[in-house]
Write a protein that binds this ligand. Sequence first.
Ligand SMILES: Nc1nc2c(c(=O)[nH]1)N[C@H]1C(S)=C(S)[C@@H](COP(=O)(O)OP(=O)(O)OC[C@H]3O[C@@H](n4cnc5c(=O)[nH]c(N)nc54)[C@H](O)[C@@H]3O)O[C@H]1N2
Ligand SMILES: Nc1nc2c(c(=O)[nH]1)N[C@H]1C(S)=C(S)[C@@H](COP(=O)(O)OP(=O)(O)OC[C@H]3O[C@@H](n4cnc5c(=O)[nH]c(N)nc54)[C@H](O)[C@@H]3O)O[C@H]1N2
Ligand SMILES: [Mo]
Length: 760
Amino acid sequence: MNGHRAPPDKSKSRQKSRKKSAAGIPAVISTTKHAITKMGIINSIKTLKMVNQKEGFDCPGCAWPDPDDERTKFEFCENGAKAVADEAMKKKVNPKFFSKYSISELSKKSDYWLNKQGRLTNPMFKAENSDYYKEINWNDAFEMIGKQLKDLNSPNEAIFYTSGRTSNEAAFLYQLFARTFGTNNLPDCSNMCHESSGAGLTETIGIGKGTVTLDDFNNASLIVVMGQNPGTNHPRMLSALESNKKNGGKIIHVNPLPEAGLVRFKHPQDYMKLSLKSTKLADLHLPVKINGDIALMKGIGKYLLDEKRKGNYIFDEDFISEKTTNFEDYIKSLDETDWDLITASSGIKKDLIETAGKFFLESDSIIICWAMGLTQHVNGVDNVKETVNLLLQGGHIGRSGAGVCPVRGHSNVQGDRTMGIWEKPKERFLNSLERRFNFKPPVEHGYDTVSSIKAMNKGKIKIFIGLGGNFISATPDTDFTASAIRKLDLSVQISTKLNRSHLVTGKSALILPCLGRTEIDLINGKEQFVTVENSMGFVHSSRGNLKPASKSLKSEPYIIANIAKNAISIENSIRWDNLVSNYDNIRNVIEDCIEGFENFNERIKNNSGFYLPNPPKDSKSFSTKNGKANFSVNEIPDNKNPEGYLTMMTIRSHDQYNTTIYGLDDRYRGIKGNRYVVLMNDDDINELGLKINQIVRIISDHDGENRFVDGFKIMSYDIPKGCVATYFPEANPLVPINHVALKSNTPASKSIPVRFEPLT
Ligand SMILES: Nc1nc2c(c(=O)[nH]1)N[C@H]1C(S)=C(S)[C@@H](COP(=O)(O)OP(=O)(O)OC[C@H]3O[C@@H](n4cnc5c(=O)[nH]c(N)nc54)[C@H](O)[C@@H]3O)O[C@H]1N2
Ligand SMILES: Nc1nc2c(c(=O)[nH]1)N[C@H]1C(S)=C(S)[C@@H](COP(=O)(O)OP(=O)(O)OC[C@H]3O[C@@H](n4cnc5c(=O)[nH]c(N)nc54)[C@H](O)[C@@H]3O)O[C@H]1N2
Ligand SMILES: [Mo]
């Protein structure tokens, strides 16, 4: 299929029984195996002991926070170690590699194979009509990009994508460059991730971020984990959940799948303890149907309302009357929603919903956490707003042990937004750039990820620059996106590892290899460090300690500054060279432009970091349009399937980091050696006349168009009837470009109606 769809690996697949607990000795073995094979023993020890330490580097694995005070020696998890080993691996993808393999040959390799080849070492250029990348020197690359950017008819013909590993310093420079160049075309991975959280929270509580800290996890009487698989994607969160349990808290897990980490958890990340004891985490698992969450939350709300009328419960009336609006409408909507709809849509029986309601009734401090299971739906924004309703009724915002917790993905995705990576910048932010740098930033909104793809496909975009990430594989509708990218004149990827976005390119293409988190960043003989913001609004430093994978690597800030210097002809007050000669200079201008960064350099060097202001948390104040926290009325979406269709969610395995495939197993789910699988309920397998292990075509019909993928194997799994799961990115060709969340435009990659045709 022209190389933009990942071909499968030739490997024997097996299905074993599901694991009931997460971490434990298998995690230690897996950590050691990945670390030593990729980094060697010495580098493994040297590297892993610096992960998430105050003097070390921020784990590139996820955005889960580190403890504010005491840290253990081993502040990482199995999957963090995999992410670190993957970056610090010894193998190299150098010019010799690129002379050996043509782009067409590389396109036939699987994602797993591509990633395994090692670190990119030199800048490479693919000329128009050539099937090979050839080495290019840095200055020529910068001049080429600069010239082509200058030649555009409008700055809006360029797109500047960001993936969430980028540091605050690089992100700030990148958006500053895009805006001095003249465009707000700054799509990012957040558009596919927590955009629905940002939209829903801004509308209801006036800030697009969570309102809890790690300490709140210790105090909460109830933690609800919805649409999230922390055992795989945020393993260190399990320690926080464990400590909550030790303090007497309760946990509810809302997920179509019984994800291992929430069932039982064996010993925290302190790998030296190797204790064999495991803790049961979730007190209650609600196996909700895909996209049945609004119904479930309304059910809990309705139960609380009934109990209130019986005199068994009280809403937080002072909080509601002083701080919120729309409560009556919310109550009315609960009265108008009948139980039949609630149970049909959620797939959860009334008595189980009441059990969950009882947990709410008995809890005086509640946290609701969520990730992609809530955001990647057509009604993703409403999902988030409904979690806010459930918290506001009991006053669970701005109280110790309570609040909203959208658990972020990439390790600095939240910081990138704070730094202005956004296609819809606020006027206030643009004004501060104007004041500080004396230029008129563009006010017209730019393209987000989905609208970028559409604009590229219409031929409106000539140049794409990706600061990290893997655009072709992460985005929906792979065939459509590939044809969009191929219309570009030039695509530029600033990357650490080889991926499919280096193979699906514009007419000409550049790979600019950069330093990773783990590496020493030396500028003018002086070691630099960068900063990041974690999922809980805490800003701290990150400093690599390894010798860079190649002498030719440059840092992201250096690369951006040099592109900017070559692309911007008008003289303005921005001295790019000076900014990157010492990153303190970048931090000084961040301080001048962004609230909450007062005395940035001083605070980052003298303390372990600092929290950014968070008005709902700090003072129960809400900077929404009306100054109040807003209850909302969210309709229960229709999640029934037409005859012959099931609803598909695309999820992550235990052996991947987004589009980076570390291995072919999904240990906790008992799947070995194959990513081309469909997890299906036994009743559906029978009713559709399919068989376990049968190979099928999966078809997604949308608005009269159909998309399909072949070669997927049916696996029997404990998943609600009507629902199936496949892995991202293999199933991305099935996600229609127009199947997006309302308001946030996030691809609805967790609820795609699909049908099946047997191929064997
Ligand atoms: N090791 C590792 N860590 C990662 C990543 C990785 O790929 N690998 N990715 C990072 C990134 S960028 C992100 S955004 C996060 C992602 O973290 P997660 O959101 O945990 O990742 P997904 O695998 O997409 O899992 C979604 C979960 O939601 C459930 N789900 C799907 N649909 C629904 C629904 O309708 N309702 C409910 N209640 N649940 C549903 C699925 O069963 C699954 O458990 O992880 C980050 N951390
Ligand atoms: N169907 C479906 N699609 C999805 C999702 C889903 O659940 N289902 N999830 C969505 C989500 S939540 C997200 S966040 C996106 C992820 O989208 P992206 O962020 O675009 O993708 P990644 O796979 O994280 O990017 C991996 C690449 O980043 C580069 N890289 C790694 N570290 C660095 C670094 O330090 N610097 C630089 N410059 N480059 C680096 C490497 O070359 C690597 O190959 O995918 C989205 N797509
Ligand atoms: Mo994400």
